[in-house]
Design a protein around this ligand. Structure first.
Ligand code: DGJ
Length: 592
C-alpha cells in the first residue's frame, strides 16, 4: 500500500504543479475548469469532479410533480448528476416576467436526492428549430425573424422552416436577457451550495433543411467579406487548426480575405433542394460508405458556424455576467445518412468547424458531442483536440462507452439520454456507475497522465498489448459471463470457463476496463471481461509474477478488500482475469 500512496501523492503533486489556475473567481468552490496534464477537469468545491449522469427526456423537468417519482430511480442507478432542460417558454411566459418556480423546484428536488445538476437552456434553439421559444416570441415573426431557404421559402420538401434566425439583434438580446436572468437567479439560490455544475446553452443549434440561412440579411452577410475577426483568428492559429478545416482553407489557397465562397469554397446552389437523407443514391456508394465525413458546401457551414457562435457568445456573456460556471454547446453530429449540412443542423459545433466556434465564442468552455452514432471512440478523439475538454451530454446506455470515455479520453462526464423514460437505466450501467463513483478520486488523480487508459474488446478480437507503467499488458477477451480460471497455463484449461448461461446468451457483451498504473509494481483494474498477462518493460528480471490480487471496493475513498484471490481463482498464480463489474488491485514482482 505504501507504494500506492507514494505514487498517488506523486500524481497529486504533479497534478498540482501542472494545474493552470482558473480565471479569478469570487469563490474558489464555484464550479470551474482546470488543466491537469493533458486533461481539463471540472473542479467543484475545490476538488475534481467526475460527472456520472444521465439526461432526462426533454420535458421531464417541466413538471415538478411528475419529476418526483423519477429521482429514486436515478439514485438507484448510481447517478451523481442529472441533466435537465429549462424551457425559455416556461421561464419567461411574458416578456420581462420570469418564473423561477420550476428551476427552484428542480434544484430543491436534486438536493434532497443528493444529486448535482447540469441545466440545459432550451432557448432560441432545440434540435435546430425553435419549439421552446416563448409564445410572445413565436408569434412576433417581424420582430423575431425566421430563417429562409431557397429564395425566401419557409417550407422545404422535407417540411416547414419555422426556425429563429441568427441574423437578428432583437432575438439575440431577448434570449441573452432571459439567460442572464436565469444565471443571476441560480447564483442567488445556488452560489454557495453548487448543486448546479454547468450549463448547456441552447440545444443542437444549426440550420435544418438547407445548408444555410437565405433570408435577406443572411444573403447580404454571405455576399460580404469574411469578418476580419475570423480571418485574424485563423491566421494566428494557422499551425494548430483542426486538420479537416485546415484542408478546406488550404484547398482555397489560404486566402487572407475575400467573400465566404472565395475563402472557403462554393456553397450549395440555392435552387438545389436538399434531400431528407443523404443515401448512397445521392452520395455515390464510395462516398456514402467511407468518405461522408468531409464537409460539403463548406462555406455555407462555416458561415453558419460563425453566425451561431457570435450569437451564442452574447448569450453566454450575459449568462456569465450573472453567474460564471462552465458552459457548453452540444452537437447533432454528421452521420452516413445525414452527411450534408442541412440534413444535420448546419453551423453546429461539428469537429470540422471547431476553430470557427473558438473564434466566434471565446467565452464558451466546451464543445460537446451528442453521440447517437456508432463511431463513439472516433468522436471522443475528435472532441479532445485543441484543448477542448470532452463532455458527453447525450449518448446511448452503453457501459463500455462510459469506461472508455473516462479512462481513455479523460471525459469530465458521461450522460445517456432519456434516463427517466426513453431508455431507463440498465443494471449493467448502474454497476458500471457504481465502479466509476468508487474509483473517481483515483481516476481524477491520474487523468491527463499516461498512467491511466481504458480498453474495449469485442468477441473475436485478437489479444491486444498495451504498455502501461513498468509492464506491458496482454489483454485477451473473455467476455462478461465468465467464471474464473481453475488451471495453470500448463494444464488443459488455459482460458476461463463459461457459465451455462453464456452459451444461452444471444448477444456476447463487449468487454471493457479502466486500467491504472498506481505504482511501479501496482495496478487497479475496473470493469471486466478480459484476461490480463504482464511482461516487464524496464531493465531487470524478465518475468512477472502476480503478488497480491485483491478484489475490493472504495468506501469513502479508501480501498477495502472484499476477497483475496489466489489458487483456483487466478490459475494457481498464473492467470489474472478481470471478472465483470469488479475492481482489482494487483501487485507484481519480477523473477529471472
Ligand atoms: C437529441 C436532442 O438533443 C435531444 O434533446 C432529444 O431530442 C434526442 N435527440 C432524441 O433522440
Amino acid at each position: 500500500m505504501q507504494n500506492h500512496r507514494t505514487f498517488l501523492s506523486l500524481a497529486l503533486l504533479s497534478a498540482a504543479l501542472l494545474a493552470i489556475s482558473a480565471p479569478a473567481q469570487t469563490d474558489p468552490g464555484i464550479p470551474h475548469l482546470r488543466q491537469q496534464g493533458t486533461a481539463k477537469q471540472l473542479i467543484v468545491d475545490g476538488k475534481p469532479f467526475l460527472i456520472v449522469s444521465g439526461e432526462l427526456s426533454n420535458n421531464a423537468a417541466t413538471s415538478l410533480e411528475s419529476l418526483k417519482p423519477v429521482w429514486p430511480k436515478l439514485v438507484e442507478a448510481n447517478l451523481n448528476t442529472v441533466l435537465a432542460g429549462i424551457s425559455w417558454a416556461q421561464f419567461e411566459p411574458k416578456e420581462g416576467e420570469f418564473n423561477y418556480t420550476q428551476v427552484d423546484g428542480v434544484i430543491e428536488q436534486a438536493r434532497r436526492n443528493h444529486l448535482h445538476l447540469v441545466l440545459l437552456w432550451f432557448g432560441c434553439w432545440k434540435n435546430g428549430t425553435s419549439s421552446y421559444a416563448p409564445y410572445w416570441v413565436k408569434k412576433d415573426y417581424l420582430r423575431f425573424p425566421r430563417i429562409q431557404i431557397n429564395d425566401g421559402k419557409t417550407v422545404s420538401i422535407s417540411g416547414p422552416v419555422e426556425t429563429l434566425s441568427t441574423f437578428s439583434d432583437a432575438t439575440r438580446d431577448a434570449d441573452a436577457a432571459a439567460f442572464g436572468a436565469l444565471m443571476r437567479h441560480i447564483k442567488k439560490v445556488d452560489g454557495t451550495q453548487h448543486t448546479v455544475l454547468m450549463m448547456q446553452v441552447e440545444n443542437e443549434v444549426g440550420v435544418l433543411r438547407d445548408s444555410r440561412d437565405r433570408s435577406p440579411a443572411a444573403n447580404r452577410a454571405f455576399a460580404g467579406e469574411v469578418p476580419a475577426g475570423l480571418m485574424n483568428y485563423l491566421e494566428s492559429h494557422k499551425d494548430n487548426l483542426i486538420p479537416e478545416f485546415r484542408e478546406v482553407w488550404a484547398n482555397n489557397g489560404y486566402k487572407k480575405s475575400g467573400t465566404w465562397e472565395e475563402v472557403f469554397g462554393p456553397g450549395k446552389p440555392a435552387s438545389l433542394e436538399l434531400p431528407i437523407q443523404t443515401t448512397a443514391s445521392y452520395l455515390g456508394l464510395i462516398r456514402h460508405e467511407g468518405d461522408w465525413l468531409k464537409l460539403t458546401w463548406s462555406s455555407d457551414e462555416i458561415f453558419m458556424a460563425w453566425n451561431y457562435s457570435r450569437f451564442l457568445e452574447k448569450v453566454i456573456q450575459a449568462g456569465k455576467a450573472g453567474y460564471e460556471i462552465p458552459m457548453y454547446v452540444n452537437t447533432w453530429l454528421q452521420s452516413r445518412d445525414e452527411a450534408w449540412p442541412g440534413t444535420y443542423p448546419s453551423g453546429g459545433p461539428l469537429p470540422e468547424v471547431h476553430d470557427i466556434w473558438r473564434a466566434g465564442a471565446p467565452d464558451l468552455d466546451i464543445l460537446a458531442p451528442d453521440i447517437h452514432i456508432e463511431y463513439f471512440d472516433d468522436v471522443c478523439a475528435r472532441y479532445s483536440r485543441s484543448g477542448n475538454p470532452l463532455f458527453i451530454p447525450e449518448t446511448s446506455i452503453n457501459p463500455a462507452n462510459a469506461l472508455m470515455a473516462v479512462g481513455r479520453y479523460n471525459t469530465i462526464g458521461f450522460s445517456p439520454f432519456g434516463v427517466d423514460t426513453v431508455r431507463p437505466v440498465t443494471a449493467e450501467l448502474a454497476a458500471t456507475y457504481s465502479i466509476l463513483n468508487q474509483l473517481s478520486p483515483l481516476i481524477l488523480a491520474h487523468q491527463g497522465s499516461d498512467s491511466i487508459t481504458a480498453v474495449r474488446m469485442n468477441p473475436g478480437d485478437a489479444p491486444r498489448q498495451i504498455k502501461l507503467g513498468n509492464y506491458t499488458l496482454l489483454l485477451t477477451y473473455t467476455g462478461r459471463n465468465v467464471h474464473l480460471p481453475v488451471q495453470a497455463k500448463g494444464g488443459v484449461a488455459t482460458s476461463p470457463r463459461f457459465t451455462a448461461s453464456d452459451s444461452e446468451s444471444t448477444t456476447p457483451l463487449v468487454a471493457a476496463a479502466i486500467l491504472i498504473a498506481t505504482g511501479p509494481d501496482e495496478y487497479y483494474f475496473a470493469g471486466g471481461g478480459m484476461r490480463i498477462d504482464f511482461t516487464p518493460n524496464t531493465p531487470g528480471p524478465p518475468n512477472a509474477g502476480l503478488g497480491d490480487v485483491e478484489e475490493g471496493k472504495f468506501i469513502d475513498g479508501k480501498w477495502v478488500v472484499t476477497r483475496r484471490i489466489a489458487g483456483d481463482d487466478d490459475g494457481q498464480g498464473e492467470i489474472l482475469t478481470l471478472a465483470p463489474d469488479t475492481i482489482l488491485r494487483v501487485t507484481l514482482y519480477r523473477f529471472p
